[in-house]
Design a protein around this ligand. Structure first.
Ligand SMILES: CC(C)(COP(=O)(O)OP(=O)(O)OC[C@H]1O[C@@H](n2cnc3c(N)ncnc32)[C@H](O)[C@@H]1OP(=O)(O)O)[C@@H](O)C(=O)NCCC(=O)NCCS
Length: 301
């Protein structure tokens, strides 16, 4: 077993992001193998663009653990407003259980009066849930990764909501205001990234002249974040999106559904979505209204 003294911790540099991404994938695949899931095999030749965005938005909250010249652990957090959020914490499988995860947590952790702390992690990894519990966070919600292959997808009926695809500044200001209520803080840095990237599409949904919800989607079938002025409208927004969507062949539609949102959960099941993976939202403060919010990529929630 590697001794704690042989491990050093350094702030991450841009050039560390590719080897760090390989450690993340190794740790993920180790976990997937142990729980009977398919391994992720795509090669990593450049840093994942969204990780680069998160890293650049606050490089001081990103650390690597090193054993000699090898990266063996990676931790990345973001602070948005008064909310600290852990985006990534991964340790090379051969180096796990040596307190590297805790050491990385200590370095990326930030606290201040009024600050809340949250993250999403795998519902089946008791070690990860255990570490985060030590920092005061507890499981508040379960989110199931739900997916529908084209051949299983059952298109729902249109809802009558109108769709706006040309997003104005006023639409964006409305989304930021909604997100402050429904998820506790707005996502402005992420929205800038998403809107500047051609792989993402944002739609605002209206009933008459009134904005009632929004939904971000990616070209490869992921939808979320989505939000709405009420639970009923969130379900209608997702139904409207699914009623009109054209998936390319081999695309798998995916989203992280909060299971407490039973109406949304049942809509997805009725559209042919299957349960893929259980993840959990942990926090030291109750925030976000999962009846009106469908989270994004869980590295930002
Ligand atoms: C989760 C992970 C980052 C932890 O890193 P690590 O270096 O292996 O963990 P550490 O040795 O620092 O953690 C040990 C701590 O885990 C906690 N722990 C472990 N199992 C636990 C359990 N069943 N219940 C409660 N706490 C537990 C304890 O607090 C323990 O510290 P202590 O013995 O001083 O109390 C790492 O194992 C990993 O990469 N796993 C796979 C990927 C993953 O799940 N990442 C989290 C994604 S957000």
């Amino acid at each position: 077993m590697t001794s704690a003294r042989e491990i050093t911790y350094k702030p991450t540099r841009s050039r560390d992001l590719v080897p760090a991404a390989r450690v993340v994938r190794l740790a993920l695949n180790n976990l997937r193998q142990g729980t009977g899931k398919k391994l992720i095999r795509r090669p990593i030749r450049k840093p994942p663009p969204f990780v680069v965005h998160l890293f650049k938005s606050n490089p001081e909250l990103c650390y690597c653990a090193w054993h000699g010249r090898k990266i063996v652990g990676f931790g990345l957090a973001v602070v948005r407003g008064e909310q600290w959020y852990l985006s990534d914490l991964f340790v090379h499988p051969k180096y796990q259980d040596c307190k590297i995860g805790k050491q990385l947590m200590d370095r990326v952790w930030r606290d201040a009066p009024g600050m809340s702390h949250a993250l999403c992690t795998f519902g089946y990894n008791m070690q990860a849930i255990g570490i985060y519990s030590r920092y005061g966070m507890a499981v508040l919600e379960s989110l199931i990764l739900m997916a529908a292959k084209a051949e299983h997808f059952k298109r729902p009926k249109p809802t009558g909501l109108t769709v706006v695809s040309k997003i104005s500044k006023a639409d964006m200001a409305w989304i930021h205001a909604q997100e402050s209520h429904i998820r506790g803080y707005s996502h402005e840095a992420e929205w800038k990234y998403w809107l500047a990237n051609k792989n993402y599409r944002l739609r605002v949904y209206k009933e008459g002249n009134k904005r009632v919800g929004y939904c971000l989607t990616t070209v490869d079938g992921i939808f979320g974040p989505a939000g709405a002025i009420s639970n009923r409208y969130l379900v209608r927004v997702i139904q409207e999106y699914l009623a009109a969507v054209e998936f390319k062949k081999d695309t798998v539609a995916r989203t992280f559904c909060p299971t407490n949102n039973t109406s949304l959960y049942h809509l997805l099941l009725s559209c042919g979505f299957r349960l893929r993976e259980m993840t959990v939202f942990m926090s030291d403060k109750r925030y976000g209204d999962m009846q009106r919010y469908l989270p994004a990529d869980l590295s930002v929630f």
